[in-house]
Design a protein around this ligand. Structure first.
Ligand SMILES: [Zn+2]
Length: 171
């Protein structure tokens, strides 16, 4: 069997995505906006698009591709909790796969972690300097320490997220 050229395989994947997005549109055209949002339809579309990017070289993405097709067909049945639970579980499963296997990060991953570390270090530093200089611990110093720590942590974390944002690897 002749091997498909990468170019045609990209076109083929692109068409598969277009078909799925078309199907989502058909199934959601009568949904209200709050309902649309609560079913995370935009997020579903994002998972479909990104899964297709990896489907040619990742077995799990290949399986997830089938899972996603089934999730689309579940859309009309999601008022039923027995359908809704597996749907939500599939989201988490596919998302976790991107984090683990394809070096994606969750939204605000570094910003939130570094902010927390910043607050703690800022507080410790404030306690230490306040005590060393005045022999007591001033609440003002604690407040300033935690705010400065938070700001530095947040900026540092956001900076670290830039390459992920550029590569569209936040999911
Ligand atoms: Zn994969």
């Amino acid at each position: 069997m002749a091997r498909k050229s990468p170019f045609f395989s990209h076109i083929h994947n692109f068409m598969k995505v277009a078909d799925k997005l078309q199907r989502i549109e058909e199934l959601t055209e009568n949904l209200s906006l709050p309902k649309y949002n609560s079913l995370k339809i935009n997020y579903l579309a994002r998972l479909i698009t990104d899964t297709e990017l990896h489907v040619n070289h990742c077995e799990t993405c290949k399986k997830n591709e089938v899972l996603l097709t089934n999730m689309i067909e579940e859309i009309p049945h999601l008022n039923n909790i027995e359908h809704r639970q597996p749907y939500e579980k599939s989201f988490n499963q596919i998302r976790a796969h991107f984090h683990k296997a394809h070096h994606y990060i969750p939204i605000h991953y570094y910003a939130s972690r570094y902010s927390m570390v910043g607050i703690i270090l800022g507080l410790l530093l404030a306690i230490l300097t306040s005590y060393l200089i005045t022999k007591t611990i001033h609440t003002d110093a604690l407040l300033i320490g935690s705010i400065v720590g938070l700001a530095i942590g947040y900026l540092w974390g956001s900076y670290k997220e830039i390459p992920y944002r550029k590569a569209k690897k936040i999911i």
